[in-house]
Design a protein around this ligand. Sequence first.
Ligand SMILES: NC(=O)c1ccc[n+]([C@@H]2O[C@H](COP(=O)([O-])OP(=O)(O)OC[C@H]3O[C@@H](n4cnc5c(N)ncnc54)[C@H](OP(=O)(O)O)[C@@H]3O)[C@@H](O)[C@H]2O)c1
Length: 329
Amino acid sequence: MTPAALRKIGRLETAVFPIGLGCASLSGSYGPADEAEAIRLIHAAMDIGVTFFDTSDKYGNGHNEELLSRAFAGKRDQVVIASKFGNVSGKGDGRIADGRPEFVIASCEASLKRLRTDHIDLYYQHRLDPQVPIEETVGAMAQLVAQGKVRAIGLCEVNPSTLRRAHATHPISAVQSEYSIMYREQAEDVRVTTRELGVTFVPYAPLGRGLLTGSVNQSSLREGDERLRHPRFQPENLDRNLDLVRNLEAVAKAHDSSAGQIALAWLLAQGDDIIPIPGTKTLSRMVENTNAAQITLSQADLDFLAEAFPHGVAAGTRYRSEHMKNMYL
Ligand SMILES: NC(=O)c1ccc[n+]([C@@H]2O[C@H](COP(=O)([O-])OP(=O)(O)OC[C@H]3O[C@@H](n4cnc5c(N)ncnc54)[C@H](OP(=O)(O)O)[C@@H]3O)[C@@H](O)[C@H]2O)c1
């Protein structure tokens, strides 16, 4: 197997394996997870060469960062950790995001403690706070960089104009937003600006929250799985979306691979500024996803997929309407 070429994350010095590991589901976002198995999976990913691990103070209400601290004990210098602050939805006060400077500083201190480290490699604002100018939030993040507590900063779900304002305050190294072949309009729009500014794009939910693997059906979603609330999995949408996956399966056949691997290979083919972070609780699936870095799609494959997945093809929006209004701000 040829080693995959490493990719840069904005201004961070350390380049990383082209596919990272999204760790949210290891703390239960898609139903319960087993901690010992999660740590085995993380170590197996490191053995394969994966170095970029994505967490947030939101995942498992801090559990995910603590899990990573246990997995990385004695190995901190071998990994690039991305964490996030400011997604305060679900607390019952109607507030979705908190970008106040004092909150940024306090959140970072708490994350450092949970991660048991003295620095976070890449620190993102998880959701934009419409009540706080982005310059103020990024100003506080810049302070953390100056203090050495954070190496580089990122933003999630921002539009081009917010990104420009933020970047003028302090260089932004990465934008993390949902991006997959089935939901690509907003990502492709903001990528015009990320490429211009030298900002890396980190696609989250690169497997469409599992949909693009073809392995999710109505009966496979169990209680506690947040996907039960996502429009794409609703009965009126799911069959139409699974029909689209047949196109990935057709390409997969020619590459002796899987639909999910083709979805990841398609993202990697969009440019070396892309580092997807698929998530899984299953070790063999992590290996499968990581091996997608070995697949090179032909121009004919890319043309076929572009035609099969035009903008707007997905049935159902990325989030429910009450959450869509907090995205791409
Ligand atoms: N910034 C943000 O707002 C934001 C939002 C969402 C997610 N994220 C980040 O992005 C990461 C990835 O997103 P995600 O986990 O929501 O979605 P995803 O990576 O698109 O899909 C994950 C789902 O796909 C399944 N899956 C993974 N590999 C598979 C394979 N090879 N075959 C069959 N099924 C497979 C997983 O099930 P199993 O676990 O059962 O394998 C899981 O249910 C998260 O962990 C998180 O770090 C960020």
